[in-house]
Design a binder for this molecule. Structure first.
Ligand code: NDP
Length: 286
């Protein structure tokens, strides 16, 4: 009966490939000009989305227009070669700790494009300092970016998703550090901020489900980006130590966050909300 129903077209049927295609959907990714954010932004654009990357105005290597042109030319070529609808990437300057700035920017994007579908709240910082000496100002700054910035971004996107009646997907980038602690790393403040992200995703999912908005988090393990490079440069032995903490025996490449983000952003995950997807190479399996 099942096969007959599929063949007669009476079952809503999308090819597995189509499930991951998001042509014309509008996405914002904070911290999208490097590291994990850039890889996720590229994945969404390659799947057809119009992706707005939001980064600090003061980014040292941010030659916005040049980067935008370069990326879009590459996208067009690779998608044409694959016979796919190509998405686009736009760079916007924005400090996620400025609530009004974030709200206004996302309102403008949604107004221009007529919709808002996907939000990846990825921007974050990591400052390691011994907990007994951690200066209050540094602690507040970290929480401001890692918690408030994520909330402002998610709420700004959520407001536009409701306004434009899109079935939106909000993805918060947490960390395995939200549920485990690391000996010798002095990451108490960071870990606390990432624990908050897990609960923010779950709670927002409960609040926004009736508005057809899904909220999930991703918890990566150690990923080789500028964030971890800073530690590996001063303590090179950490690479072997961290690698030995998971069954795969290595750190993740930032592009290994693409698939899981695209899954959550696309129709492949329409019944997934309030989930945390762990991408840690099995770190917590042992
Ligand atoms: P990077 O340091 O490489 O990139 C962080 C990005 O966030 C940069 O683009 C940065 O912009 C942006 N950013 C920082 N502050 C602000 C702000 N106030 N407003 C707007 N943008 C801002 O980090 P990763 O790619 O490694 O990390 C991305 C996310 O993944 C973070 O939330 C991190 O906590 C999380 N994560 C990372 C892991 C890892 O091992 N790398 C592991 C688990 C989670 P700019 O370049 O202008 O400074």
């Amino acid at each position: 009966k099942g096969v007959a129903a599929v063949l007669s077209g009476s079952v809503t049927h999308r090819t597995a490939f189509n499930l991951f295609c998001i042509p014309g959907r509008v996405a914002v990714v904070t911290g999208g000009h490097r590291g994990i954010g850039l890889e996720i932004a590229l994945a969404l654009a390659e799947a057809g989305a119009l992706v707005y990357c939001l980064d600090l105005p003061a980014s040292p290597d941010a030659n916005w227009k040049k980067v935008e042109r370069f990326v879009n030319e590459k996208l067009e070529k690779s998608n044409q070669a694959a016979g796919l609808l190509h998405g686009k990437m736009y760079y916007k300057q924005c400090d996620v700790t400025k609530q009004k700035e974030v709200w206004d920017l996302l309102e403008g994007i949604a107004q221009e494009q007529g919709r808002m579908d996907i939000c990846v709240a990825n921007a974050g910082i990591l400052r390691g300092e011994e907990v007994l000496d951690y200066p209050g100002e540094d602690f507040k700054k970290l929480l401001d970016i890692n918690i408030c910035g994520v909330l402002y971004t998610a709420q700004a996107a959520g407001r536009q998703m409701v306004k434009h009646n899109t079935h939106g997907s909000i993805i918060l980038i947490g960390s395995m550090s939200g549920s485990i602690a690391n000996k010798d790393m002095h990451w108490t403040a960071y870990n606390a901020s990432k624990a908050a992200i897990l609960q923010m995703a779950r709670s927002m999912a409960c609040e926004l489900g009736s508005k057809n908005i899904r909220v999930n988090s991703i918890s990566p393990g150690y990923v080789e980006t500028d964030m971890t490079k800073a530690f590996l440069e001063t303590r090179p032995e950490l690479k072997a130590t961290w690698s030995s903490h998971n069954p795969l025996g290595r750190l993740a490449r930032p592009d290994e966050m693409r698939g899981v983000a695209l899954f959550l952003a696309s129709d492949a995950s329409t019944f997934c909300t309030g989930s945390d997807l762990i991408v840690d190479g099995g770190h917590r399996a042992w």
